[in-house]
Design a protein around this ligand. Structure first.
Ligand code: TXE
Length: 507
């Protein structure tokens, strides 16, 4: 990979990082079959960051051939759990070793503050691969006692084969790690398609996977657009599973493509409109902090963003006063400044979508408490960056787009409630079911809420934090299947049942 075509990413800290720019197949970087390229944009400045190879269906075809060869010779059932464990642990160590480089690349490509990428996204990605390295040799089938005949039944847990993984741009390296970890631990070959907005860290990961020792063909990275590379993966007859994180609309397309091709398995982690309910018994100061984190973390580009806030009427005024003050104190700007909490949105398209949603909120009668427009930097360098002011709308109700639709930006829709029953109704009044938050000091009330809310994850007196060992995924239109934890491995395995006769004779 040393002589592979590469791009140089110069960062504000003076570093010049070399990143391979090709399509990664068979442990080498190639030009795409068509020779086409695409540009990645730096969202903080709106300027071109680099030009990379743009994959298409022919590249997916080559990746599948490489994966098939690897699966049948050195990977899949030809590999041992210990070998896979060692490789994943080595991969994780290399990510740690390249922390600064990966964090700076992630920030330049996605816009997130570099300190956040280096204290959260990158180390957590290493942690995720390490977790699955630890799990690789603990995948177990079972024996099932048979009461009739002289026979024994048992199950074998087997890899699926070749898995396509289509990921979004909000947590590029982490989404890659969440997908690669369980798939590789279970013995699958993987074809990863990064989001076209954030292709860089996946290419760097591909390079590190060679150094870690993964055999050629086990991992492929094909950059390109969803309608071409994503579609080719979803429709491929030799790909046994597609794992997807992204919009609900694209999730539906992928399911349809899977159904119309080879009925490949599908897991979908889609959008959300997560409710956060603050009861009068809550520690207000703490709840304000968690609510801010819940909606503003990662520029609000989080599938579990706590975007609908319901505050009990008795504490509403005090809570809102503190919340608005916290939003005003929130630092937006240069992703390479250590005090910045919020960088630019990932793309002009996303920024424009958010501003359009903000305008719809104003038109539909919600009140802007703070923010409500694009954020303008005093520094000319960032004048074309895709920034949005942290925004709070009050007086929100169902029927407003800002309440019903995922905004995926730093925009919070607030409403008041009086009873627990009303809070449950409001919280569940959405097609989505990904995350939810409950703030209360009443243990019985918390238990009732945890049970009543339709969401794959419920945070109690905190918000947003996840753990590699805890399953994560959605209910309702937020998708199905679980990532992280032991559950994710199951989603990359088939169960084979064996009935073994050791004495019964037929007459
Ligand atoms: O998503 P897409 P977009 C939500 C969020 C955001 C909206 C639109 O609300 O504003 O979706 O974002 C690939 N077949 N989320 O348009 O299209 C695409 O190339 C196969 C929530 O960027 O879903 C990229 O790799 N793949 C979300 C990935 O799908 C296709 C994170 C995500 O892009 C495809 C991102 C196709 N036909 C957006 N079309 C979350 N759950 O975290 C596109 N893709």
């Amino acid at each position: 990979t040393q002589s592979a075509p590469s791009v140089t990413i110069s960062t504000p800290t003076g570093n010049k990082w070399q990143v391979p720019s090709g399509i990664f197949i068979n442990n080498a970087f190639h030009a795409s079959a068509t020779g086409k390229t695409f540009d990645s944009i730096n969202p903080a400045t709106g300027e071109k960051l680099c030009t990379l190879a743009l994959g298409g269906s022919a590249d997916v075809e080559s990746a599948v051939s490489a994966a098939r060869a690897a699966y049948n010779t050195v990977w899949g059932k030809r590999s041992t759990p210990t070998q896979r464990s060692r490789l994943l642990l080595a991969f994780a160590d290399l990510i740690d070793k390249h922390l600064d480089e990966l964090a700076e690349l992630e920030s330049m490509d996605n816009g997130k503050p570099v300190w956040m990428a280096s204290s959260f996204d990158v180390p957590d990605s290493a942690g995720c691969l390490r977790y699955y390295g630890g799990l690789a040799d603990k995948i177990e089938g079972k024996t099932i006692e048979q009461t009739e005949g002289e026979k024994i039944a048992y199950t074998r847990i087997e890899p699926l084969g070749i898995c396509g993984q289509i990921i979004p741009w909000n947590y590029p390296i982490q989404m890659a790690a969440w997908k690669l970890g369980p798939a590789l631990a279970a013995g699958n070959c993987v074809i990863l398609k990064p989001a076209e907005q954030t292709p860089l860290t996946a290419l760097k990961l591909a390079q590190l996977s060679v150094e870690a020792g993964f055999p050629p063909g086990v991992i492929s990275v094909v950059n390109g657009y969803g309608a071409e590379v994503g579609e080719a993966i979803s429709r491929h007859m030799d790909i046994q599973k597609v794992a997807f994180t992204g919009s609900t609309l694209t999730g539906k397309r992928i399911m349809k493509a899977a159904a119309e091709s080879n009925m490949k398995k599908v897991t979908l982690e889609l959008g959300g409109k997560s409710p956060v309910v603050v009861f009068e018994s809550a520690d207000i100061e703490q709840a304000v902090r968690w609510v801010c984190l819940g909606i503003l973390f990662n520029q609000g580009q989080d599938c579990t963003a706590g975007s609908r806030l319901f505050v009990q009427d008795k504490i509403y005024d005090e809570f809102m006063q503190q919340l608005v003050a916290a939003f005003k104190a929130h630092k937006v700007g240069d992703p390479f400044h250590e005090l910045t909490f919020q960088g630019p949105q990932v793309s002009q398209q996303q920024r424009d979508k958010i501003l359009d949603m903000i305008e719809s909120g104003k038109r539909q009668g919600a009140k802007v408490e703070v923010g409500g427009q694009a954020w303008k930097s005093p520094d000319a360098k960032f004048s074309k960056g895709f920034f949005v002011e942290p925004t709070i709308f009050s007086g929100c109700r169902k029927g407003m787009r800002i309440v019903d639709e995922e905004i995926f930006g730093p925009v919070l829709a607030v409403a008041k409630f009086s009873t627990e029953e009303e809070a449950i109704r409001l919280a569940n009044e959405t097609e989505y079911g990904l995350g939810a938050g409950v703030f209360s000091e009443n243990a019985s009330q918390i238990q009732r809420m945890v049970s009543a809310i339709d969401a794959g994850t419920v945070w109690v007196n905190n918000y947003v934090a996840l753990s590699n060992s805890v399953p994560f995924g959605g209910m309702k239109a937020s998708g199905f299947g679980r990532e992280l934890g032991v559950d994710a491995i199951k989603a990359y395995c088939d169960v084979k049942a064996i009935h073994w006769n050791y004495g019964e004779k037929l007459d």
